[in-house]
Design a protein around this ligand. Structure first.
Ligand code: FES
Ligand code: FES
Length: 213
C-alpha cells in the first residue's frame, strides 16, 4: 500500500465547515476582547482621585437669601435652579404651577418686588434680598384675597391648573391700574393662558375686584 493511500485510510473524512452559531460568535468575541484588554489595546481613562471625580461631577451651587410670603428663607441651590423649582421643590410651595416651563403660559406667575414674573424663567440665585409673593401669600389669615373670592363667585376656573397664575397676575394687573375696561384687562392678562377657556369669567373676576377696591 502506498504512503498516500494509508494516510487517507487512517484519517476520517472531515465535515465541510459549518457557519458559526450565535453562541460560538459571542464566545469568540468575548475571548478576543479579553485578550485585547489584557494586552492594553483598549484605552483606559486617566486615573482620577475620588475628590477630583466628585468635584468634576458636582454642579456649581450658591446660597441665596430671599423673603417669600413675608418669611426670610436661605437656601443653597444648584446655580441653574429656577425660582419655580426653588418654590416647589425646596420650599414646598406648590401653588405655582409648571405648565410650559418656557415662559409661554403664565401658570408659574409670582410677584418679585411687586412685579409679576414667570418664575420658570427666573434664576433663583439672582434674587438675593428679593421679596417674593406666591398664591400662598395672598390670603390674610383665614380670609381669602378679594380676587380669590371673586374667582369663586364668578366660577372663573374649570381644571384650576392655570388659576394660581391667573390670580397672582390679576392682583398685579389691578395694582398697576390696567383695569379701565374689559379690553384693557384682557390685554394686560394676555400672558396667562387658560386651556379650559375661562377667559370671560376671569376678566369678570378681575373687574369685580378692581371695582371693589
Ligand atoms: Fe412658566 Fe409656563 S410654566 S410660563
Ligand atoms: Fe383649566 Fe385654566 S381652568 S387651564
Amino acid at each position: 500500500m502506498s504512503t498516500e493511500l494509508s494516510d487517507a485510510m487512517a484519517s476520517p473524512p472531515t465535515e465541510p465547515s459549518s457557519p458559526p452559531t450565535r453562541r460560538t460568535f459571542i464566545a469568540t468575541t468575548t475571548v478576543v476582547g479579553g485578550v485585547a484588554l489584557a494586552g492594553g489595546l483598549v484605552a483606559t481613562p486617566p486615573a482620577f482621585g475620588a475628590e477630583e471625580a466628585v468635584a468634576a461631577q458636582a454642579p456649581p451651587v450658591s446660597r441665596v437669601s430671599l423673603t417669600v410670603n413675608g418669611v426670610r428663607r436661605t437656601v443653597t441651590v444648584d446655580n441653574r435652579t429656577s425660582l419655580l423649582d426653588l418654590l416647589r421643590e425646596h420650599l414646598d410651595l406648590t401653588g405655582s404651577k409648571k405648565g410650559c416651563n418656557a415662559g409661554a403660559c403664565g401658570a408659574c406667575t409670582v410677584l418679585v418686588d411687586g412685579r409679576r414674573v414667570n418664575s420658570c424663567l427666573t434664576l433663583a440665585v439672582r434674587l438675593e434680598g428679593a421679596e417674593v409673593t406666591t398664591i400662598e401669600g395672598l390670603e390674610e389669615g383665614e380670609r381669602l384675597h378679594p380676587l380669590q373670592q371673586a374667582f369663586i363667585e364668578q366660577d372663573a376656573f374649570q381644571c384650576g391648573y392655570c388659576t394660581s397664575g391667573q390670580i397672582v397676575s390679576g392682583v398685579a394687573c389691578i395694582e398697576e391700574g390696567h383695569t379701565g375696561s374689559t379690553g384693557e384687562i384682557r390685554e394686560w392678562m394676555s400672558g396667562n393662558l387658560c386651556r379650559c377657556g375661562c377667559y370671560v369669567k376671569i376678566v369678570r373676576a378681575v373687574e369685580q375686584t378692581a371695582r371693589g377696591k
